[in-house]
Design a protein around this ligand. Sequence first.
Ligand SMILES: *Cc1c(COP(=O)(O)O)cnc(C)c1O
Length: 421
Amino acid sequence: MPPEHPPGPCAPAHSADRAGAADTARADLLRRLAIRTAERARAGLLRRARTVERAEGPWQEVGGRRLLGFCSNDYLGLAGHPQLIAAFKRVADDEGVGSTAAHLVCGHRREHAALEEALAEWTGRERALLFSSGYQANLGVMQALLARGDLCVQDKLNHASLLDGAQLAGVTLRRYPHADAAAAARQLAGEPGAGALLATDGVFSMDGDRAPLRALAALCRREGAMLMVDDAHGLGVLGPDGAGSVAEAGLGVGEVPVLMATLGKALGCHGAFVAGPAGLIEGLTQFARGFVYTTALPPALAAAALAAVRVARAEAWRRDKLDALIARLRRGAAELGLPLLASDTPIQPLLLGEADAALAAARALEERGLLVGAIRPPTVPAGGARLRITLSAAHEEAHVDRLLDALARLPRAPAAAGAPV
Ligand SMILES: *Cc1c(COP(=O)(O)O)cnc(C)c1O
């Protein structure tokens, strides 16, 4: 028999509705998914992972071409640091790769314990608890802390995992306009009887700006709400010793009892942690299902992350260099009249509006040997498509100049000067 054609996006995705299928009114789940995929394709919003054949510092080899990347979250340039690699190899040689079990069974090794201690010390918290990813950590915290009938107040631009966490917990979710502490206060005041958690990104992942943490802490104190900060993009980059945006804002554990951050961005590794008072960590250990029911991170990775914490704290020059590169990019972009969003972090988005404009700009940059991510809805609001330019201490000034040169050559929109390119 000739092989069947692979199903196109609109074709019935499998044949259960044909020969021998039961005659029911049930939805064909794969077919429904295929229709949604086709709709996304029609809107020009289909996503696809590209295979990077080789990565080395900011360089990425894609399709046989070596591209200079401005899209990773390796802000301090630690992913390829020799001390991290040595720590990883040492433990993998000694103990193998997998942790072989969950933390509460027999997966919790001394490398995990040492890393948790170092993270608690760095962030000025009593204790810290490792999770296998930031996504899981946010789900785990919300699901352990919140109960039905509670209120969770969040910034509109928070990371998807915080929104998903509140939904999973089945609480009332209210989203306030971006960085609007007064609106957050009204939402809290509107439900004075409910247990309440206010959750915010410390640095917003697609915009690069910071949350008004001091104002949020003050209103949480006034309203008796708990404050949670997701500092995935602040840890290592901001604050004294790189301790993050919460430390930069001078907020202790009393003001921000729940601090979550990841190991996969500025620390160049993988995984995440929650730091806070001992009682929080004890409770998460009991009730955060994303901690209890999952395999612990590989111990070699924990060892590499511990090395990353040490390097991030000790090598302040990485933050200084990053600041200088950020200033250089912003100066050059201002001279060119490019609409960079207001951000002084390594996330420097160039707002382009429509999804196809962002895609066209990313393609034009790639033709000039540069890899920059085009971020489109639904990751950002409609009309907010952008190039998400990220800088790293692994970049050099000449790299930033090369990026500026390529940005200057992008075709300008027909609108007036100063309009998005
Ligand atoms: C990346 C990110 C996460 C998820 O962390 P992973 O470890 O990649 O799962 C959570 N929150 C924010 C703000 C992030 O940017």
